[in-house]
Design a binder for this molecule. Structure first.
Ligand SMILES: [Zn+2]
Length: 325
């Protein structure tokens, strides 16, 4: 009997295994029982959680961070993941403790788990505040990829990107940026990212993480976004379970699932990879970083059944956005 899921799994294995192109291993398994009962906890809005994680970050030593990162890597290894990229907090709260632990974990991943583990900086306190900027610049020497989160510099998203892209030009590193996370037609961050990418001459070197809000726009606007993405050589990482929980809203928009629009992006020859995003932390307490679950949710929520393309999303496209292929 033919089983498409088994065929998909076999082909991914034949291609060397999953590539997890986006994660936050430094905070993996950091959720606490208290965070399920406190008014400010697992049910808070994303923007509040950006601050709530300070509690864990301010107390975590290099050793604690290492334990969390190593545990996440071990779980990835058990699934046969061949390469992964984790954003790592380097800001005034975490300082460089998480980064130091992640650099140490690279050797463990390579020698003991046979995983190519790459690091990107997470700019959770923005890059415009002088102290935060200082930590961002300090991280550049140690990261494989420059990471960004323009939403943390609200109102100055363009300036946030200018700082990331200037660093990318100087270091010749790729850039991964969280954009359009809120499933709202009020967000236009993917367009901004594509525009800025072209302004800085970084075509083909920038990857958008999420891009959930794209699907909240009408078709004509989506077509114009895809054209800009093509011109900028923008690639994407979908983190399916991360945003499928997007809260119900009374705002009218084209019907869609809260997920990176894989079907339309691939139709437009835009590269899409897959990531787990948060694992068992205040953001996603039940997420276990299981890549096959992520792929299942991605293919089901997009009604996308092309097996060979799904294999690319799970493997080759990940290597591309990580700069490994
Ligand atoms: Zn993320």
């Amino acid at each position: 009997m033919w089983n498409p899921l088994q065929q998909l799994i076999a082909k991914i294995h034949k291609n060397g295994g999953f590539v997890n192109a986006h994660a936050h291993f430094d905070r993996a398994y950091s959720v606490t029982p208290e965070e399920f009962i406190q008014p400010s906890g697992v049910n808070s809005h994303l923007f509040e959680k950006w601050q709530l994680v300070d509690k864990f970050k301010s107390h975590a030593s290099v050793e604690i961070y290492y334990q969390h990162i190593a545990a996440a890597l071990e779980s990835q290894s058990e699934q046969g993941v061949q390469a992964c990229l984790s954003f790592i907090d380097c800001d005034p709260v975490a300082e460089d403790r998480a980064l130091e632990a992640a650099v140490k974990a690279k050797n463990y991943a390579k020698n003991h788990l046979k995983i190519n583990f790459l690091i990107a900086c997470q700019t959770l306190k923005g890059v415009l505040d002088p102290i935060a900027r200082n930590w961002f610049e300090k991280s550049l020497e140690y990261v494989d990829i420059i990471g960004g989160l323009p939403g943390t510099d609200k109102g100055n998203e363009d300036k946030h990107l200018d700082i990331l892209f200037k660093a990318a030009k100087e270091s010749n590193k790729r850039v991964h940026v969280h954009v359009d996370q809120l499933n709202s037609a009020l967000e236009n961050e993917t367009e901004l990212l594509a525009t800025k990418t072209m302004q800085w001459g970084l075509e083909g070197k920038v990857t958008a993480i999420h891009g959930i809000s794209i699907a909240a726009h009408p078709l004509n606007k989506r077509k114009s976004i895809y054209k800009m993405c093509q011109d900028a050589g923008l690639s994407f990482v979908a983190c399916p379970t991360a945003w499928i929980d997007s809260k119900r809203s009374e705002t009218l928009s084209p019907t869609h699932n809260a997920i990176t629009p894989l079907d339309e992006l691939l139709e437009n020859n835009i590269c899409v990879a897959i990531g787990s995003d948060n694992i068992c932390d205040i953001y996603k307490p039940f997420a276990d970083g299981h890549m096959l679950t992520e792929l299942r949710v991605l293919l089901e929520a997009n009604h996308y059944y092309n097996i060979d393309e799904l294999v690319n999303v799970a493997t080759n496209n990940g290597l591309k956005v990580l700069g490994l292929a």
